[in-house]
Ligand binder design. Sequence first.
Ligand code: NAD
Length: 474
Amino acid sequence: MIAQHFIDGAWSDIGERIAVEDPGTGESMGEVVLADPSCVDKAVVAADACARRGDLTRSRPAYRLSLMLQMAAAIRAVTEEGAEVLCRESGKPLRDARGEFEEAARYFEYYGGMADKLEGRSIPLGEDYFDWTMREPHGVSAHIVPWNFPVGIAARSLAAGLAAGNCVVLKSPELTPLALCILVKALASTDLPPGAINLISGDGAMTGEALVRHPLVQHIVFTGSVPTGRAILRAAAERIVPCVMELGGKSAAVVHADADIDTVVASVESGVFFNAGQVCSAMARLIVHESLHDRLVDAIAARAKALEIGHGLDDPDLSALISAPQLERVEQHCADAITQGAKAVTGGHRVRRAGYFMQPTVFTHVAPNMRVANDEIFGPVISLMPFADTTEAITLANGTDYGLVAGVFGQDLNRTLDTARQLEAGQVFVNEWFAGGVETPFGGTGQSGYGREKGLEALDNHLRTRNIAVRLNR
Ligand code: NAD
């Protein structure tokens, strides 16, 4: 399969190509065509023309609603085909790849249902004036997505952007570009006007740079790492382009003494081993009351050791990391942690087999100043740290530069909710990591970024407000 560009309603394969790997085997499974600046220009010009013609905005908004419901159905129709490709190019288990397509369909239903409800308001200024606000799209919106959930993350910003009436140029990630082509083919099988959604593939240095610097881009939604986010913000600052920044995390869960151990272990399994830990909102740190610490270490280590590791198509508990450099990085992080005094209760090394597999890893004896307690590792690695009182737990949990999500486990409602209130994060899970859905706003504070995706709040990013103030001549 070749990941091509979709520009102004047509597919094109012009450009240099690089291989796409199956990280579960280390073998090549396809190619991706890299968009050069002239190709990026064509995509942006097509989106701009579509926005100027008003193809998405001149009809009643119910048009976008019905278009987006068609899109949700079209996504469901390609789920099996798309999930298999996504599973192979990303390494993730097939069931999770299917889940990502289902999530994508849900975004189109959810935001489609909002397309005809984006109302303004009238503002009373006395009898001599009539004043109202309108909520308008930005025009051309550039969306840049990472490799870990390419389909789900692209769908979340595409759907909100489209509901608001924006025309989008989406840049796929160079490591996982293939399933996104299947998603976009499904979207294009509807009554989508040419230019409303354009897909370009390519790397960051050439394609991404050309996109964010293009003079017709009016809005940027970026999901990825902090250094790239910074580079994009610098480029956006040149033209004062509004951005949404969905960046990394080093999220912590606080486990109070009255927490249910089985509930915590189940949440650790999904929180840190889902997608092999390559999740921005992974549960990277578990801050545990000292009375539960040793029992929880034993229970989590036992669960980690029992995880079945395998190729995504076999639906294992733990799948491959995305690439050889990522495996190298994660293993090096573990080696550094051990050098600095952390103890690997289990794991710490790569799995010796074809593909890029890392052992599920559980660290104890982690001090707050160690890199393993502060840096985003993006692998199946969790650090447990004990605490004596709630103040200490909150200081530890809030002690990194990030603030994406956090969690609390416990039965005492007052203490649990009081802890949730004090955790500095855009979303706090209580008694279940990853509680929530497409309906709940998501996004960070600090180095985790700003702006919100998911939920109704995301629409605020994709719209701008215009006020019209009329002096009446009475
Ligand atoms: P990355 O920053 O390396 O790349 C992300 C995207 O940006 C890719 O498509 C890449 O090609 C592009 N890019 C790179 N340099 C660019 C440039 N100069 N200009 C424009 N585009 C450029 O991140 P990654 O390794 O793909 O993803 C992992 C990171 O993403 C982690 O830090 C993770 O926490 C974060 N992430 C955040 C969320 C969230 O919603 N907050 C979700 C998933 C992943």
